[in-house]
Design a protein around this ligand. Sequence first.
Ligand code: TUI
Length: 311
Amino acid sequence: MNRVRKLLGTKYPIVQGGMAWVATADLAAAVSNAGGLGIIGAGHAPGDWVLGQIRRMRELTDKPFGVNVMLMSPAVQDVVAVVVAERVPVVTTGAGSPGPYMEALKSGGCKVIPVVASVVLARRLERMGADAIIAEGCEAGGHIGEVSTLALVPQVVDAVAVPVIAAGGIADGRGIAAVLMLGAEGVQLGTRFICTTECEAHINYKEAIVGAGERDAVVCGSSIGHPVRALKNQLTREIAALERQGASDEELQRLGAGRLRLAFEQGDVRNGSLMAGQSAGLIKDVRPTRDLMAALVEQTERCLGRPLWKD
Ligand code: TUI
């Protein structure tokens, strides 16, 4: 049996990215109910917000789900305490190494699946007890590494014995089939799941993704060591100009603060941070999660020439 389906307890080896603000219980429950693994994105939110989302999740689904712990958040310790106390089945992590929290999460019974952008961190986290690894290429949206999915995934597959889930640049069944060929046993999609009816992001954010082409998801913040991919707009132009002038970390962080919320809640597509991956160019519609999952599975199976859930 496919090790990712077995580990997650899902019908399909398809995971929804735990995107800050965007991945609320409503989206995550829709994904879990459609046979994937829905993930609540904790982002910078406090522990009590995450607790509320976990409770809502349990009202909306009896299927397995996860929480993404964003390791740069000031609330990370509280969030870890909440997911352990609530015995959340799966925890993914992002934007750092979950090493310091590994023991607490494992002893709380959580399956821990870190997102990594390098082989070296994948190896280290496997030694620390990671149950699987999400290898995320730099085509992804949000905070990213430097290596592309096509190159990163097989190198991580060769380096670790635990199952690998591929992420970054995948938005349809062709992409899913392709990364399975690279040795991944599961996939994670983020940007594609923003463009669903259940996602609570502002419609302007969703429509900006639908309208985007292949060169519109650009990287800002590399000069301060925090590269973030988002759709090109007034904000990314201002950040790029400041970076060219050699602005300090504080100046750039001040400019970026609160911008994801502005995009998500107000639909401000000029001044908000429209985090999205390069797969935005592949996304042509906003549709119900159930229909999307059915189309993803159908197209993957057509590419593979076999069912995605019978192995
Ligand atoms: O975490 C992400 N994507 C994110 S987090 C995020 S929250 C945010 N909000 C506002 C501004 C900036 C960020 C938005 N998008 N993806 C998973 C991911 N993790 N990609 C790359 C990494 C990563 C990078 C370095 C993981 C580990 C790492 O390790 C460094 C180390 O300590 O070795």
